[in-house]
Design a protein around this ligand. Structure first.
Ligand SMILES: Nc1nc2c(c(=O)[nH]1)N[C@H]1C(S)=C(S)[C@@H](COP(=O)(O)O)O[C@H]1N2
Ligand SMILES: [Mo]
Length: 427
Protein backbone atom coordinates (compact mmCIF):
# COMPACT_ATOMS: atom_id res chain seq x y z
CA UNK A 1 0.00 0.00 0.00
CA UNK A 2 1.58 3.28 -1.00
CA UNK A 3 0.54 6.82 -0.31
CA UNK A 4 0.08 7.20 -4.07
CA UNK A 5 -2.76 4.73 -4.19
CA UNK A 6 -5.77 6.43 -5.81
CA UNK A 7 -8.62 7.26 -3.46
CA UNK A 8 -10.97 4.29 -3.58
CA UNK A 9 -14.56 4.37 -2.47
CA UNK A 10 -16.02 0.92 -2.60
CA UNK A 11 -19.36 1.99 -4.01
CA UNK A 12 -20.86 -0.32 -6.61
CA UNK A 13 -19.92 1.57 -9.77
CA UNK A 14 -16.23 1.93 -8.98
CA UNK A 15 -16.01 -1.69 -7.92
CA UNK A 16 -17.54 -2.84 -11.23
CA UNK A 17 -15.23 -0.59 -13.24
CA UNK A 18 -12.21 -1.94 -11.39
CA UNK A 19 -13.26 -5.53 -11.96
CA UNK A 20 -13.90 -4.86 -15.64
CA UNK A 21 -10.53 -3.20 -16.12
CA UNK A 22 -8.87 -6.27 -14.66
CA UNK A 23 -11.14 -8.67 -16.55
CA UNK A 24 -10.40 -7.80 -20.16
CA UNK A 25 -10.34 -5.00 -22.70
CA UNK A 26 -13.67 -5.82 -24.36
CA UNK A 27 -15.70 -5.96 -21.18
CA UNK A 28 -13.76 -2.94 -19.96
CA UNK A 29 -14.79 -0.92 -23.03
CA UNK A 30 -18.44 -1.85 -22.60
CA UNK A 31 -18.34 -0.94 -18.90
CA UNK A 32 -16.78 2.42 -19.74
CA UNK A 33 -19.52 3.14 -22.27
CA UNK A 34 -22.18 2.12 -19.79
CA UNK A 35 -20.61 4.50 -17.35
CA UNK A 36 -20.49 7.30 -19.91
CA UNK A 37 -24.19 6.82 -20.50
CA UNK A 38 -24.84 6.87 -16.78
CA UNK A 39 -22.86 10.04 -16.06
CA UNK A 40 -19.23 11.14 -15.66
CA UNK A 41 -16.83 9.03 -17.68
CA UNK A 42 -13.64 7.92 -15.97
CA UNK A 43 -10.83 9.55 -17.99
CA UNK A 44 -8.52 6.67 -17.03
CA UNK A 45 -10.89 4.38 -18.95
CA UNK A 46 -12.06 6.49 -21.91
CA UNK A 47 -8.79 8.30 -22.78
CA UNK A 48 -5.84 6.58 -24.39
CA UNK A 49 -3.03 6.95 -21.83
CA UNK A 50 0.34 8.24 -23.12
CA UNK A 51 2.17 4.97 -22.43
CA UNK A 52 0.11 3.13 -25.05
CA UNK A 53 1.05 5.63 -27.80
CA UNK A 54 4.81 5.16 -27.97
CA UNK A 55 7.18 2.25 -27.74
CA UNK A 56 8.89 1.71 -24.43
CA UNK A 57 12.52 0.97 -23.59
CA UNK A 58 13.87 -2.23 -25.07
CA UNK A 59 15.65 -4.96 -23.16
CA UNK A 60 19.01 -3.94 -21.70
CA UNK A 61 17.99 -0.28 -21.35
CA UNK A 62 18.02 -1.11 -17.62
CA UNK A 63 20.68 -3.79 -17.13
CA UNK A 64 20.15 -3.75 -13.35
CA UNK A 65 16.47 -3.01 -12.82
CA UNK A 66 15.16 -0.31 -10.53
CA UNK A 67 11.63 0.28 -9.17
CA UNK A 68 9.05 2.33 -11.09
CA UNK A 69 9.51 6.12 -10.95
CA UNK A 70 6.14 6.21 -9.17
CA UNK A 71 7.67 4.33 -6.23
CA UNK A 72 10.35 6.99 -5.65
CA UNK A 73 8.94 7.76 -2.19
CA UNK A 74 9.68 4.20 -1.02
CA UNK A 75 13.09 4.74 0.55
CA UNK A 76 15.10 4.24 3.71
CA UNK A 77 14.94 7.38 5.84
CA UNK A 78 16.95 8.63 8.80
CA UNK A 79 16.18 10.98 11.67
CA UNK A 80 18.80 13.77 11.48
CA UNK A 81 18.66 14.79 15.16
CA UNK A 82 19.28 11.24 16.41
CA UNK A 83 23.01 11.15 15.65
CA UNK A 84 25.74 13.76 15.26
CA UNK A 85 26.99 12.43 11.93
CA UNK A 86 25.68 10.08 9.20
CA UNK A 87 28.96 8.11 9.27
CA UNK A 88 28.00 6.60 12.63
CA UNK A 89 24.26 6.50 12.32
CA UNK A 90 21.19 4.54 11.31
CA UNK A 91 18.39 4.75 8.78
CA UNK A 92 15.12 2.86 8.78
CA UNK A 93 13.33 0.27 6.63
CA UNK A 94 10.02 1.67 5.20
CA UNK A 95 7.93 -1.13 6.72
CA UNK A 96 4.65 0.63 5.82
CA UNK A 97 5.54 0.40 2.09
CA UNK A 98 6.28 -3.33 2.08
CA UNK A 99 4.28 -6.54 2.06
CA UNK A 100 5.02 -10.25 2.38
CA UNK A 101 8.03 -11.19 4.49
CA UNK A 102 11.16 -10.43 2.42
CA UNK A 103 12.85 -7.02 2.65
CA UNK A 104 14.15 -5.88 -0.75
CA UNK A 105 17.92 -5.44 -0.55
CA UNK A 106 17.87 -1.73 -1.40
CA UNK A 107 15.46 -1.03 1.48
CA UNK A 108 17.26 -2.89 4.29
CA UNK A 109 17.96 -0.40 7.07
CA UNK A 110 21.62 0.50 7.57
CA UNK A 111 23.55 0.84 10.78
CA UNK A 112 27.21 1.77 10.46
CA UNK A 113 29.72 2.91 13.08
CA UNK A 114 32.45 3.95 10.65
CA UNK A 115 30.66 4.30 7.34
CA UNK A 116 30.38 1.71 4.56
CA UNK A 117 33.58 -0.22 3.80
CA UNK A 118 34.03 -0.57 0.01
CA UNK A 119 35.90 -3.86 -0.14
CA UNK A 120 37.52 -5.48 -3.18
CA UNK A 121 36.62 -9.16 -2.71
CA UNK A 122 39.90 -10.24 -4.34
CA UNK A 123 41.73 -8.44 -1.50
CA UNK A 124 39.44 -9.65 1.27
CA UNK A 125 40.53 -12.34 3.74
CA UNK A 126 38.85 -14.10 6.67
CA UNK A 127 41.25 -15.19 9.41
CA UNK A 128 40.53 -17.72 12.14
CA UNK A 129 43.05 -17.60 15.01
CA UNK A 130 43.29 -18.16 18.77
CA UNK A 131 42.44 -21.47 20.43
CA UNK A 132 42.51 -23.57 17.25
CA UNK A 133 44.85 -26.33 16.07
CA UNK A 134 45.37 -24.74 12.62
CA UNK A 135 45.06 -20.94 12.35
CA UNK A 136 43.65 -20.32 8.85
CA UNK A 137 43.19 -17.52 6.35
CA UNK A 138 40.42 -17.90 3.75
CA UNK A 139 40.08 -16.06 0.46
CA UNK A 140 36.60 -15.56 -0.99
CA UNK A 141 37.36 -18.40 -3.40
CA UNK A 142 38.14 -20.67 -0.44
CA UNK A 143 34.81 -19.79 1.21
CA UNK A 144 32.94 -20.72 -1.99
CA UNK A 145 34.37 -24.26 -1.84
CA UNK A 146 32.54 -25.10 1.40
CA UNK A 147 28.96 -26.49 1.39
CA UNK A 148 26.52 -23.60 1.67
CA UNK A 149 22.98 -23.14 2.97
CA UNK A 150 20.03 -20.83 2.25
CA UNK A 151 18.10 -19.54 5.24
CA UNK A 152 15.71 -16.64 5.89
CA UNK A 153 16.22 -14.64 9.07
CA UNK A 154 15.25 -11.28 10.50
CA UNK A 155 17.98 -8.95 11.74
CA UNK A 156 16.73 -6.51 14.39
CA UNK A 157 18.96 -3.91 16.04
CA UNK A 158 18.55 -4.16 19.81
CA UNK A 159 17.95 -0.37 19.75
CA UNK A 160 14.86 -0.77 17.53
CA UNK A 161 11.98 1.04 19.32
CA UNK A 162 14.61 2.32 21.77
CA UNK A 163 13.46 5.94 21.38
CA UNK A 164 10.04 4.93 22.74
CA UNK A 165 11.10 3.85 26.26
CA UNK A 166 10.05 7.15 27.85
CA UNK A 167 6.78 7.39 25.91
CA UNK A 168 5.44 7.69 22.35
CA UNK A 169 7.92 9.73 20.34
CA UNK A 170 8.41 9.03 16.63
CA UNK A 171 5.44 9.21 14.29
CA UNK A 172 5.70 6.27 11.92
CA UNK A 173 6.45 2.55 12.05
CA UNK A 174 9.45 3.19 9.79
CA UNK A 175 11.02 5.14 12.68
CA UNK A 176 9.63 3.22 15.67
CA UNK A 177 10.18 -0.29 14.24
CA UNK A 178 12.24 0.05 11.05
CA UNK A 179 15.59 -1.17 12.42
CA UNK A 180 14.74 -4.61 11.11
CA UNK A 181 15.06 -6.47 7.83
CA UNK A 182 14.26 -10.02 6.73
CA UNK A 183 16.45 -11.58 4.09
CA UNK A 184 17.36 -14.95 2.60
CA UNK A 185 21.07 -15.47 3.20
CA UNK A 186 23.33 -17.82 1.31
CA UNK A 187 26.36 -18.73 3.35
CA UNK A 188 28.65 -21.33 4.84
CA UNK A 189 27.80 -22.60 8.34
CA UNK A 190 30.37 -21.04 10.69
CA UNK A 191 30.67 -24.49 12.28
CA UNK A 192 32.32 -25.86 9.11
CA UNK A 193 35.00 -23.15 9.12
CA UNK A 194 35.68 -23.61 12.85
CA UNK A 195 35.93 -27.38 12.37
CA UNK A 196 38.39 -26.81 9.53
CA UNK A 197 40.57 -24.84 11.95
CA UNK A 198 40.00 -27.42 14.71
CA UNK A 199 38.78 -26.07 18.06
CA UNK A 200 40.97 -26.69 21.10
CA UNK A 201 39.29 -28.21 24.17
CA UNK A 202 39.34 -24.90 26.06
CA UNK A 203 37.47 -23.01 23.26
CA UNK A 204 34.29 -21.49 24.70
CA UNK A 205 33.94 -18.09 22.96
CA UNK A 206 34.61 -16.46 19.62
CA UNK A 207 35.32 -12.82 18.83
CA UNK A 208 34.01 -11.66 15.43
CA UNK A 209 35.72 -8.60 13.89
CA UNK A 210 34.76 -6.36 10.97
CA UNK A 211 37.08 -4.83 8.36
CA UNK A 212 35.37 -1.41 8.39
CA UNK A 213 36.89 1.73 9.89
CA UNK A 214 35.05 0.93 13.15
CA UNK A 215 36.53 -2.61 13.25
CA UNK A 216 33.47 -3.67 15.20
CA UNK A 217 33.99 -6.63 17.51
CA UNK A 218 31.59 -8.83 19.49
CA UNK A 219 32.01 -11.92 21.71
CA UNK A 220 29.73 -14.86 20.91
CA UNK A 221 29.52 -18.12 22.90
CA UNK A 222 30.87 -21.13 21.03
CA UNK A 223 27.55 -23.02 21.34
CA UNK A 224 25.83 -20.38 19.18
CA UNK A 225 28.78 -20.24 16.76
CA UNK A 226 28.59 -24.03 16.27
CA UNK A 227 24.78 -24.07 16.12
CA UNK A 228 23.16 -21.92 13.41
CA UNK A 229 25.53 -19.01 12.55
CA UNK A 230 26.35 -18.46 8.87
CA UNK A 231 29.21 -16.69 7.14
CA UNK A 232 27.01 -15.18 4.42
CA UNK A 233 28.00 -13.80 1.03
CA UNK A 234 24.58 -13.45 -0.63
CA UNK A 235 21.30 -11.80 0.33
CA UNK A 236 18.08 -12.58 -1.55
CA UNK A 237 20.17 -14.28 -4.23
CA UNK A 238 22.54 -11.46 -5.13
CA UNK A 239 25.89 -10.61 -3.55
CA UNK A 240 25.60 -8.81 -0.20
CA UNK A 241 25.16 -5.07 -0.70
CA UNK A 242 28.13 -2.95 0.49
CA UNK A 243 25.78 -1.46 3.13
CA UNK A 244 25.13 -4.96 4.50
CA UNK A 245 28.75 -6.09 4.72
CA UNK A 246 29.98 -7.06 1.23
CA UNK A 247 31.67 -9.43 0.68
CA UNK A 248 31.13 -11.35 3.98
CA UNK A 249 28.92 -10.91 7.01
CA UNK A 250 28.20 -12.97 10.07
CA UNK A 251 24.57 -14.09 10.48
CA UNK A 252 23.59 -14.74 14.12
CA UNK A 253 19.96 -15.93 13.88
CA UNK A 254 17.49 -14.49 16.41
CA UNK A 255 20.21 -12.48 18.21
CA UNK A 256 20.63 -8.70 18.31
CA UNK A 257 21.81 -7.09 15.07
CA UNK A 258 24.99 -5.68 16.60
CA UNK A 259 26.45 -9.20 16.74
CA UNK A 260 25.97 -9.71 12.97
CA UNK A 261 29.44 -8.39 12.12
CA UNK A 262 29.58 -6.91 8.62
CA UNK A 263 32.69 -6.92 6.39
CA UNK A 264 33.78 -9.94 8.49
CA UNK A 265 37.56 -10.33 8.45
CA UNK A 266 38.57 -12.24 11.60
CA UNK A 267 37.30 -14.75 14.10
CA UNK A 268 39.37 -15.29 17.21
CA UNK A 269 38.64 -18.31 19.37
CA UNK A 270 39.06 -17.83 23.12
CA UNK A 271 37.98 -19.07 26.55
CA UNK A 272 36.13 -15.98 27.88
CA UNK A 273 34.19 -13.00 26.53
CA UNK A 274 36.40 -10.05 25.53
CA UNK A 275 34.29 -7.28 27.11
CA UNK A 276 34.40 -5.03 24.03
CA UNK A 277 32.75 -1.60 23.86
CA UNK A 278 29.67 -3.00 22.12
CA UNK A 279 28.98 -5.48 24.95
CA UNK A 280 29.72 -3.25 27.96
CA UNK A 281 28.99 0.47 27.57
CA UNK A 282 26.64 -0.40 24.66
CA UNK A 283 24.11 -3.21 24.30
CA UNK A 284 23.64 -3.69 28.04
CA UNK A 285 20.36 -2.79 29.74
CA UNK A 286 20.47 -0.58 32.83
CA UNK A 287 17.65 -1.41 35.25
CA UNK A 288 15.77 0.91 37.63
CA UNK A 289 18.20 0.19 40.50
CA UNK A 290 21.22 1.12 38.36
CA UNK A 291 22.47 -2.43 37.80
CA UNK A 292 22.83 -3.53 34.17
CA UNK A 293 21.81 -6.71 32.42
CA UNK A 294 24.47 -7.94 30.00
CA UNK A 295 24.57 -10.69 27.36
CA UNK A 296 20.90 -10.09 26.51
CA UNK A 297 21.39 -11.46 23.04
CA UNK A 298 18.03 -12.92 22.00
CA UNK A 299 15.41 -10.68 20.40
CA UNK A 300 12.07 -11.45 22.07
CA UNK A 301 8.74 -11.72 20.25
CA UNK A 302 7.47 -8.44 18.84
CA UNK A 303 4.98 -7.16 16.28
CA UNK A 304 3.77 -3.92 14.75
CA UNK A 305 0.85 -2.87 12.57
CA UNK A 306 2.37 -1.30 9.45
CA UNK A 307 -0.92 -0.27 7.80
CA UNK A 308 -2.76 1.78 8.90
CA UNK A 309 -0.02 3.72 10.67
CA UNK A 310 1.08 7.39 10.86
CA UNK A 311 2.82 7.26 7.45
CA UNK A 312 0.02 5.16 5.95
CA UNK A 313 -3.32 6.65 7.05
CA UNK A 314 -6.71 5.34 5.91
CA UNK A 315 -7.37 7.51 2.84
CA UNK A 316 -10.48 5.73 1.62
CA UNK A 317 -13.04 6.69 4.24
CA UNK A 318 -15.36 4.23 5.99
CA UNK A 319 -15.71 0.73 4.54
CA UNK A 320 -13.30 -2.12 3.91
CA UNK A 321 -9.80 -1.73 5.39
CA UNK A 322 -6.95 -4.22 5.06
CA UNK A 323 -4.99 -3.98 8.30
CA UNK A 324 -1.56 -5.59 8.05
CA UNK A 325 1.67 -5.89 9.97
CA UNK A 326 4.71 -7.99 10.81
CA UNK A 327 5.71 -10.18 13.77
CA UNK A 328 8.89 -12.03 14.68
CA UNK A 329 10.69 -13.84 17.49
CA UNK A 330 14.34 -14.69 18.07
CA UNK A 331 13.18 -17.83 19.86
CA UNK A 332 11.20 -19.54 17.09
CA UNK A 333 8.12 -18.98 14.94
CA UNK A 334 4.97 -16.88 15.41
CA UNK A 335 1.95 -19.21 15.49
CA UNK A 336 -0.47 -16.43 16.46
CA UNK A 337 -0.98 -12.67 16.32
CA UNK A 338 -3.93 -10.89 17.98
CA UNK A 339 -5.20 -7.51 16.84
CA UNK A 340 -7.43 -4.99 18.63
CA UNK A 341 -9.24 -2.00 17.12
CA UNK A 342 -10.40 -0.57 20.45
CA UNK A 343 -7.26 -0.42 22.58
CA UNK A 344 -7.51 -3.93 23.98
CA UNK A 345 -11.20 -4.26 24.91
CA UNK A 346 -11.77 -6.82 22.14
CA UNK A 347 -9.00 -8.91 20.60
CA UNK A 348 -9.29 -10.67 17.23
CA UNK A 349 -7.10 -13.37 15.78
CA UNK A 350 -5.16 -12.06 12.76
CA UNK A 351 -4.56 -14.19 9.65
CA UNK A 352 -0.92 -15.12 8.99
CA UNK A 353 -0.08 -15.39 5.29
CA UNK A 354 3.23 -16.52 3.83
CA UNK A 355 5.97 -18.78 5.20
CA UNK A 356 6.17 -19.29 8.98
CA UNK A 357 9.90 -19.83 9.44
CA UNK A 358 12.10 -20.05 12.50
CA UNK A 359 13.55 -16.63 13.48
CA UNK A 360 12.00 -15.01 10.42
CA UNK A 361 9.46 -12.24 9.92
CA UNK A 362 5.80 -13.25 9.67
CA UNK A 363 3.11 -11.29 7.81
CA UNK A 364 -0.37 -10.90 9.33
CA UNK A 365 -3.66 -9.41 8.09
CA UNK A 366 -6.97 -8.42 9.64
CA UNK A 367 -9.66 -7.20 7.26
CA UNK A 368 -12.45 -5.13 8.77
CA UNK A 369 -15.26 -2.74 7.87
CA UNK A 370 -14.44 0.67 9.33
CA UNK A 371 -17.44 2.64 10.60
CA UNK A 372 -15.45 5.90 10.51
CA UNK A 373 -15.11 6.20 14.29
CA UNK A 374 -11.72 6.62 16.05
CA UNK A 375 -9.64 3.47 16.50
CA UNK A 376 -6.89 2.38 18.88
CA UNK A 377 -4.91 -0.23 16.96
CA UNK A 378 -2.58 -2.73 18.59
CA UNK A 379 -1.05 -6.09 17.68
CA UNK A 380 0.21 -8.75 20.08
CA UNK A 381 2.52 -11.58 18.98
CA UNK A 382 2.64 -15.06 20.51
CA UNK A 383 5.77 -17.10 19.76
CA UNK A 384 6.27 -20.86 19.52
CA UNK A 385 7.62 -21.02 23.10
CA UNK A 386 4.25 -19.71 24.40
CA UNK A 387 5.70 -16.25 25.21
CA UNK A 388 3.30 -13.35 24.62
CA UNK A 389 4.47 -9.84 23.63
CA UNK A 390 4.10 -7.62 26.74
CA UNK A 391 2.48 -4.22 27.14
CA UNK A 392 4.91 -1.34 27.56
CA UNK A 393 3.60 -0.96 31.11
CA UNK A 394 4.46 -4.59 31.94
CA UNK A 395 7.89 -4.15 30.35
CA UNK A 396 8.67 -0.99 32.35
CA UNK A 397 7.59 -2.70 35.59
CA UNK A 398 10.47 -5.15 35.12
CA UNK A 399 13.01 -3.12 33.17
CA UNK A 400 12.51 0.43 34.50
CA UNK A 401 13.03 3.39 32.15
CA UNK A 402 16.83 3.57 31.89
CA UNK A 403 16.97 1.14 28.99
CA UNK A 404 17.60 1.84 25.34
CA UNK A 405 17.64 -1.71 24.04
CA UNK A 406 15.19 -4.59 23.80
CA UNK A 407 11.91 -2.67 23.84
CA UNK A 408 9.39 -5.19 22.48
CA UNK A 409 6.28 -3.66 24.07
CA UNK A 410 2.92 -3.50 22.30
CA UNK A 411 2.64 -0.48 19.95
CA UNK A 412 -0.55 1.63 19.73
CA UNK A 413 -1.70 3.77 16.79
CA UNK A 414 -4.65 6.12 17.38
CA UNK A 415 -6.71 6.62 14.21
CA UNK A 416 -9.04 9.66 14.06
CA UNK A 417 -12.24 10.18 12.02
CA UNK A 418 -10.18 11.46 9.09
CA UNK A 419 -8.25 8.18 9.02
CA UNK A 420 -5.01 9.82 10.20
CA UNK A 421 -2.91 7.73 12.59
CA UNK A 422 -0.70 8.85 15.45
CA UNK A 423 1.78 7.17 17.79
CA UNK A 424 0.22 7.05 21.29
CA UNK A 425 0.60 5.00 24.44
CA UNK A 426 -2.31 3.60 26.42
CA UNK A 427 -0.85 0.58 28.23
N1 LIG B 1 31.64 -4.25 10.99
C1 LIG B 1 30.48 -3.77 11.44
N2 LIG B 1 29.46 -4.63 11.67
C2 LIG B 1 28.27 -4.20 12.11
C3 LIG B 1 28.06 -2.82 12.40
C4 LIG B 1 29.14 -1.92 12.13
O1 LIG B 1 29.05 -0.69 12.30
N3 LIG B 1 30.33 -2.44 11.66
N4 LIG B 1 26.87 -2.41 12.95
C5 LIG B 1 26.11 -3.45 13.68
C6 LIG B 1 24.78 -3.05 14.12
S1 LIG B 1 24.66 -2.12 15.53
C7 LIG B 1 23.65 -3.55 13.51
S2 LIG B 1 22.12 -3.22 14.13
C8 LIG B 1 23.73 -4.31 12.25
C9 LIG B 1 22.99 -3.59 11.15
O2 LIG B 1 23.01 -4.34 9.98
P1 LIG B 1 22.50 -3.68 8.62
O3 LIG B 1 23.31 -2.45 8.37
O4 LIG B 1 22.61 -4.75 7.59
O5 LIG B 1 21.05 -3.30 8.84
O6 LIG B 1 25.08 -4.53 11.82
C10 LIG B 1 26.01 -4.73 12.87
N5 LIG B 1 27.29 -5.09 12.32
MO1 LIG C 1 22.48 -2.17 16.28
Amino acid sequence: MSDRDPPFRPDRRRLLTGAAAAGGALIGARMAMAQTAAGTPDPAIVNLPPWTRYLGDGVDARPYGMPSQYEAHVVRRHVPWLTADPISSVNFTPLHELDGIITPNGLCFERHHGGIAEIDPAQHRLMINGLVHRPLVFTMQDILRFPRENRIYFLECAANTGMEWAGAQLNGCQYTHGMIHNVMYTGVPLRLLLEEAGLKGSATWILAEGADAAAMTRSIPIEKAMDDCLVAFRMNGEALRPEQGYPLRLVVPGWEGNMWIKWLRRIEVGDQPWGQREETSKYTDTLADGRSRRHTWVMDAKSVITNPSPQAPIRTGPGPVVLTGVAWSGRGTIPRVDVTLDGGINWHRARISGPSLDKSMHRFYFEFDWDGRPLLLQSRAHDSTGYVQPTKEALRAIRGENSIYHNNGIQTWAVNEAGEAENVEIS
